[in-house]
Design a protein around this ligand. Structure first.
Ligand code: LMR
Length: 401
């Protein structure tokens, strides 16, 4: 029956974990998937999460089905976290929101909703480069995928002029995917002034902003600062789509906790939109999982846990920042590796887009047992004081060929 089914390639990001696990060398390092590791290279369960789980065990919660759009308190708290408690559409009860299977699930619900109900073009513009999964995800949702310039290899920074030109040339009514903070894979974000300009360009061209916010709190250590772009666009009168993930900022990777929301013009419009979100979700997975949403909601609704969580997010962000500084120093000063490495320090979020070429990435895997995506992206969280020197020396060797 399946004789004509061709074997597919391994996933460019998750496939790396498989290769890493199969490697038996004790020096091996996995810098592929964006998952936080502590100073000992171990996965990190946040104290706020552990305490929330204790509270939940004491409360003896049941295991009933959630409604189709998920745990209502959780989705309200998630929206408050993203849009801010003073958000106009939030206070007018005009944000349609549904729980989702983390960020990917949110993107997929959003893609399906736009394909079905968006009155403009079914075209979505993605930055080049973008998170690899965005492309098949939006294609499979029924949208036409196009690209806009984002990263400038020459300056190793944002190609802001190219970006604006591409968006100005996009057909009126197209959708534009924006990484709200900590752009994946480049770690290069627009400045607040550039976000303001972008908001004007999108308004002028009647383009629809679709935010992917997978790293709120992780970029700068502040959930408020990282929400700047989303809140600014909303304050300028844009209706936005927003995907949230609690994988990174709460370390709830495997719990699959997220939310998808759309700002609307009124409570009545929100109700109609939400009814259609239900119609999309029900035949897809019926209703979302309970446990992770309860954890996130317990943290978001308990002031003490909330505070502890915020300081832990900051702790994770700060450790990543210190690894950036150390790596830049090792390559620039200690090893004097050919090339310039300042971008490792200026990029933000989980990743650094190192500029290493595919051949060098392959050499690092083959010779040094160091795994990263073939575009030269490294997950900074995989580095710690025990492996960073070995990593820098291996990069030095790969660069010198
Ligand atoms: C990543 O880019 O490594 C993360 O977003 C994890 C994933 O699912 O790809």
């Amino acid at each position: 029956t399946w004789s004509a089914v061709p074997a597919g390639p391994p996933d460019p990001i998750l496939g790396i974990t498989e290769a890493f696990k199969a490697d038996k060398d004790p020096r091996k390092i996995n810098l592929g998937v964006g998952a936080y590791r502590d100073e000992n290279g171990k996965p990190y369960v946040l104290n706020a999460v552990k305490k929330a789980e204790v509270k939940m065990a004491i409360a003896k919660l049941d295991k009933e089905y959630l409604p189709i759009t998920g745990l209502a308190n959780f989705t309200q708290n998630a929206a408050k976290l993203a849009y801010g408690s003073d958000s106009v559409p939030l206070n007018q009860n005009a944000i349609a929101v549904t729980q989702s299977i983390s960020g990917t699930g949110a993107l997929r619900i959003g893609g399906a909703f736009l394909a079905r109900h968006y009155p403009g073009h079914r075209i979505i513009y993605l930055p080049t480069p973008t998170w690899g999964n965005h492309i098949p995800l939006f294609k499979d949702s029924g949208l036409e995928v196009r690209s806009y310039r984002y990263f400038d290899k020459k300056t190793v920074g944002l190609d802001f002029e190219g970006l604006k030109e591409d968006l100005k040339n996009a057909p009126e009514g197209a959708v534009v995917l924006l990484h709200a903070c900590a752009h994946n894979p480049t770690g290069v974000d627009p400045t607040p002034a550039q976000w303001k300009e972008l908001s004007d360009v999108l308004a002028e061209k009647k383009l629809f902003p679709f935010f992917d916010m997978a790293y709120q709190g992780f970029a700068s250590g502040s959930t408020t600062r990282d929400a700047f772009a989303v809140r600014h666009f909303v304050s300028q009168g844009h209706n936005v789509a927003l995907c949230q993930s609690f994988a990174k900022n709460m370390g709830l990777y495997g719990e699959r906790v997220g939310a998808f929301s759309l700002t609307t013009s009124s409570e009545e419009e929100k109700k109609r939109v939400e009814s259609q979100l239900k119609i999309i979700v029900r035949p897809m997975y019926s209703n979302p999982p309970l446990h992770g949403a309860h954890i996130a909601n317990t943290i978001l609704s308990d002031p003490e846990l909330y505070q502890e969580w915020e300081s832990e997010v900051k702790g994770m962000a700060d450790r990543i920042i210190s690894m950036r500084e150390r790596l830049c120093e090792l390559l620039t000063n200690d090893l004097q590796t050919p090339g310039s490495w300042g971008h490792i320090k200026s990029q933000i979020g989980m990743f650094s887009f190192t500029g290493l070429q595919t051949e060098q990435c392959k050499a690092l895997a083959g010779k040094a047992h160091i795994y990263m995506t073939m575009d030269g992206r490294i997950s900074m969280a995989g580095l710690n004081s025990s492996n960073i020197e070995y990593f820098a020396q291996s990069v030095d060797a790969a660069v010198r060929g």
